[in-house]
Design a protein around this ligand. Structure first.
Ligand code: GLN
Length: 326
């Protein structure tokens, strides 16, 4: 039984995909379409096969998530309803999404959201997709915020390079007493962060600020959080295609050694004005790359002599968070 090629359409794509052939004009053709009378039970395995052929990492999961998105239901519902007929329009939308996934477009951009710290965060190509590793930054900051509350103070938190606003929103939702500043140099990213802040009803609690790192902060923070770009420029080409070809470079490219933007932040903290952005006893939590612990320590020694630096590892025992106290 051939359940997906009864009517073969040809689509021209810009990007090469495994299982596609290069055409004479140098572009790549993807031929894939579903039977016009498909139901869930036929469409799903057909899509899984094509995604697997295209060497997409998690074909089963992605095929189900995309179909659930098209149908406006949950993944579980999809698995439980194999005989649900797909309309012509649903088939068309599913085919289009599967083809885009075959070209490595991230699922989060295809469906427009990503879960992070138990929240649903709106994303699009203007922002980095929140990663599970970054949840550790949120967890550590929330513990720190508890100390501030125990001191009887109103915690002030700054999320520097907020992107989608995932960190700021997660902090605000889990620490209602905290005032949160969310800063980004990209207006495009701030527009996405704004959507997330509205979605969660946090307009009074989270303040968006366009600006370069600490410069725009209007008051000293107890906790500074930052997931800044930390991939070395040379290493960008080696990132998985779904990252490299789709996510914003501004959020990834950390310059020649990957630490250029983090060094700029430390440099700001070294000036009297920058130092004033962190309340005495306050801490900065910076996400770093899995092999950057030693380099970060050396950098902090050079730029912030006298500061204490602790490198925390994630659940995979990789360097993940640098905690700096001035
Ligand atoms: N962790 C990201 C990646 O895997 C990098 C994010 C960053 O540079 N802040 O690509």
């Amino acid at each position: 039984m051939d359940d997906f090629v009864s009517t073969v359409e040809t689509r021209i794509s810009e990007r090469p995909v495994n299982g596609t052939t290069e055409s004479s004009n140098g572009r790549y053709e993807i031929a894939w379409s579903l039977d016009r009378t498909s139901d869930v039970g036929r469409a799903l395995p057909a899509a899984v096969r094509r995604l697997r052929e295209a060497e997409v990492e998690s074909p089963q999961l992605d095929a189900a998530v995309l179909l659930a998105h098209v149908l406006g239901v949950t993944k579980t519902w999809v698995y439980a309803h194999p005989t649900r007929q797909l309309t012509e329009a649903e088939i068309g939308r599913y085919e289009a999404l599967v083809r885009r996934r075959m070209r490595n477009e991230p699922v989060a951009y295809l469906v427009g959201h990503k879960s992070f710290y138990g929240l649903d965060i709106t994303v699009d190509p203007r922002v980095l997709i929140p990663r599970p590793e970054t949840e550790m930054l949120v967890e550590r900051a929330l513990a720190e915020i508890q100390w501030v509350l125990q001191d009887g103070r109103r915690p002030v938190v700054a999320d520097i390079g907020t992107g989608s606003g995932a960190i700021a929103v997660a902090i605000a939702c889990n620490a209602r007493e905290a005032t949160v500043y969310a800063v980004d140099i990209s207006d495009a990213a701030l527009a996405v962060a704004e959507q997330n802040i509205w979605r969660y009803g946090l307009v009074e609690q989270v303040h968006l600020l366009p600006g370069h790192l600490l410069e725009a902060l209007p008051e000293p923070a107890d906790v500074i959080l930052a997931n800044l770009p930390y991939v070395a420029t040379d290493a960008l080409a080696k990132l998985p295609p779904q990252v490299r070809d789709y996510e914003p470079l501004l959020a990834l490219d950390g310059g020649p050694d990957g630490l250029r933007v983090i060094a700029t932040l430390l440099g700001q903290l070294a000036t009297p004005k920058g130092r004033g952005k962190l309340r005495p006893g306050g801490r900065a939590y910076l996400e770093i790359g899995s092999d950057q612990g030693d380099a970060l320590r050396a950098l902090a020694r050079e730029l912030l002599p006298g500061a204490s630096v602790e490198i925390q590892v994630d659940y995979a025992a990789l360097d993940r968070v640098a905690v700096i106290e001035l």
